[in-house]
Structure formats: structure tokens, C-alpha cells
Design a protein around this ligand. Sequence first.
Ligand code: MG
Length: 246
Amino acid sequence: MVEYTAIKNYLSRHDIPCVNPKAALVDMDGVLYDSMKNHVEAWYRTLVPMGIKCTKEEFYLYEGRTGASTLKFLFDKHFNRQLSDEECAEIYAVKEKYFNELATIVPMPGADRMLQRLIENGIRPVLVTGSGQGSLLDRLDIDYPGVFKPEYKVTAYDVKEGKPSPEPYLMGLSKAGVDASEAIVIENAPLGVVSGTAAQVFTVAVNTGPIPAQALFDAGADMVFPSMPDFADHVDELIKALRTTR
Ligand code: MG
């Protein structure tokens, strides 16, 4: 459902008459790909043998961080140990190996239609992901041909801080050449939502995983849709409402 009050609240908070999206800053895992289960399983297989007592569920809350940031956080928390970038790269390579061994990841159902609706509304999709997973990044052009131009991609290789810092979404705005009132963020994870709202962008959360919708509202999402097909159904209405001057 398009929540008109949420748009009104965003506009009054930012003191602007409307949002005129020219770019959509689109997260990858859990938005374009149904990949989170595999990430969680790969992290779990990597870290449990290293003595980290974690649950699978907690990785949904770390989603959006870069691999290095997740590793530094967990080793500090469990062993009070500061990992070097080299150590992070070594462990991340193990995680990547497990990830690539798991079942093939499929595009998120409804994502293709969602992107087509954005494009037909004159909105340029820009990729903004914390992922450095080559196997998925390389597939984007196959699964979404021509949608994400190389100059409109922000990945783990571009950013220093990663989500929940606003840095990746600010970089997305800058690559698209638009300001915050000319964009929307499309996210699925609480930390990604924090990053998008910190960049002052109207942030749509699509709840494609096991976390409660409230966690996305609590992170600051302006609007939450219960699934990708549902969001795709409402893109036209949302864009029209955002462009309407109040
Ligand atoms: Mg995500």
C-alpha cells in the first residue's frame, strides 16, 4: 500500500514540496537476488569452526555491512581482537568459497518488473550494494540486461565505510548526478535503511526476508512493502504520489 501520510511526513521533515525521482538507488542482496539464505549459510559455515558462537538469524541484522566490517565486528565482539584487512580478506575468501558452492541464487521474483516500472517512469536504476561477491555482481548484466550501467554501480570496492554509514548512498547520488530529493532508495535490510535515510533519501523497504516489518520501520524506513511483487504493483502509484507537489 502507498502510505500517503508517510510521503507528507518525509516532505515536511525535509521542508521540500515534492520528491522528483530521477534515480532509484537499488540494493542487491535481498532486493535483486534471493541471496540472503546463501550468505547466511556461508557465513555460518565459515565462522562457527573459528569458534564464533553465532546464530543464523543474526546475520540478517548485519546485512548491508561489507564482509570486512562484519568480520571486524564479530571478532571484536567475541574475542576482543582487531582483525587486519589482510586477515579479513583471507576469511572472506573462505566465505566466498562456501557461498559459491551453495545452490544457485535466483533473481528476486518481481524485481525485474519493479525495475521496468522505474525505467518506464523515467527513473535510472543505480546499484548500491555492500557486496563484493564477484559471482553475483557478474550476473547482474545477464539477469538484468542493460539495466545497471558500469558508471552507475556502487559496490564494496568503492566505499570505505559501507552501510549503515550514508557513504554508499551518497556515492550513489553523486554517480547519478542527482540530489537527495531526486532519488529513492530501495532496501530490504535495517542497516541499509539506516544508510539510505542518513543520506536524506526517501527510503522504501521491501521486506523479502524473515525479519518483522517493524524492524524496518524502527530503522527509519519511510515506507515498507511486504514483498517484491507487491512493491512492483505499487511503483507507478508511489512515483506519481512522490512527484505531486504538496
Ligand atoms: Mg540487502
